[in-house]
Design a protein around this ligand. Structure first.
Ligand code: NI
Length: 168
């Protein structure tokens, strides 16, 4: 396994739309990519990582929101639907936006449909941290970063702070 380089905001590659993983693409190469993404996420440390963040533009996400870091979840070609009209605010961070946290409003309860690492369809309902995490990571695959939901002023502040940090 190897650690992957994580793109940092405002890198324009974070705006790339990821394409679906096709059945022919379930290869050893994809398995290695998944393992490398887990290694990178756990090392960071983080609770979720989308392929977009490591400059791999396929609809692939790895997540582990467990305290014990032993519940790896792979979501390929993920889709979600809200289960009701409830929304919830939660503080979010992102490995592509280091040392910055802000409240983001997301659907409280969602149903998730995605393929697992073997290409099998998995469907589950979730809420709380996992629901926020899935919505945050699916955004990445669509080229959206959580700071996009903040005010213009805050976005500008984050952008300046990170550009300064990247130069240092
Ligand atoms: Ni993120």
């Amino acid at each position: 396994m190897s650690l992957l380089n994580i793109l940092e905001y405002p890198d324009p590659r974070l705006r790339t739309q990821a394409s679906p993983v096709t059945p022919e693409e379930f290869t050893d190469g994809l398995q290695k990519q998944i393992d490398d993404m887990f290694e990178t996420m756990y090392a960071a440390p983080g609770i979720g990582l989308a392929a977009t963040q490591v400059d791999y533009h396929k609809q692939l996400i790895v997540i582990d929101v467990s305290e014990t870091k032993d519940q790896p979840l792979v979501l390929i070609n993920p889709e979600y639907t809200p289960l009701d009209d409830e929304w919830e605010m939660m503080q979010e961070g992102c490995l592509s936006v280091p040392e910055y946290y802000a409240d983001v409003k997301r659907h409280t309860r969602i149903q998730v449909k995605a393929l697992d690492r073997d290409g099998q369809l998995q469907t589950f309902d979730c809420d709380g941290l996992l629901a926020h995490c899935v919505q945050h990571e699916v955004d990445h695959l669509r080229g959206i970063v959580f700071v996009d939901y903040l005010s213009r002023l805050k976005q500008e502040r984050v952008r300046k702070k990170l550009i300064k940090r990247q130069r240092a």
